[in-house]
Design a protein around this ligand. Structure first.
Ligand code: FES
Ligand code: FES
Length: 174
């Protein structure tokens, strides 16, 4: 028997009250259909690619497998839509454009939101070192202890993606 649920969320700084008829509705659909977010995307649907990545209370989260009932009341959610603007892009967004780090760009949400959560958590821990290109590649492949997930680019633009994250991280730790 589905259980209805209402949650108050803060999405990119804006209050959103969302209601679903079934509390196992995935966060991805709540964000896209009720909160007008277009950054998080459906890729694999099974937590393997990263296309749906958002930050929930600062934690890198795969929204395609996260039930709304697992999102705390009042959670602060950040998506690619809210980290910068065309006029004032986030350093990672700017670096992805400068490095032309996308072919179809379907993976860009994954790469930016995953690396954003990682770099911000390093900074929060007092680590202001720019991650090396190898560390970035290891993070994206899931090989670092703090990786949590891996991130896939179907077009194989990983070299430019790593370069863009390195450049964006350099700006972020200044
Ligand atoms: S769509 Fe969520 S990880 Fe692929
Ligand atoms: S640029 Fe196409 S999936 Fe990465």
């Amino acid at each position: 028997m589905p259980t209805p649920l209402t949650r108050n969320l803060t999405v990119n700084g804006h209050h959103r009250r969302v209601t679903v008829p079934d509390d196992t509705e995935r966060l991805l659909y709540v964000l896209r259909e009720q909160c007008d977010q277009r950054g998080p995307r459906f890729g694999c649907g099974v937590a393997q690619c990263g296309a749906c990545t958002v930050l929930v209370n600062g934690e890198v989260t795969r929204s395609c497998v996260t039930d709304l009932n697992a999102v705390p009341e009042g959670a602060a959610i950040r998506t690619l839509d809210g980290i910068g603007s065309e006029a004032r892009p986030h350093p990672l967004q700017r670096a992805f454009v400068t490095e032309q780090a996308g072919q179809c760009a379907f993976c860009v949400n994954a790469m930016i939101m995953g690396s954003l959560g990682w770099i911000e958590s390093r900074i929060a821990e007092g680590n202001r070192a720019v991650p090396s290109r190898k560390e970035i590649a290891d993070y994206l492949s899931g090989a670092l202890p703090e990786s949590t997930f891996n991130y896939l680019c179907r077009c194989g633009t990983h070299t430019r993606i790593v370069e863009a994250i390195h450049s964006g991280a350099t700006e972020m730790v200044k």
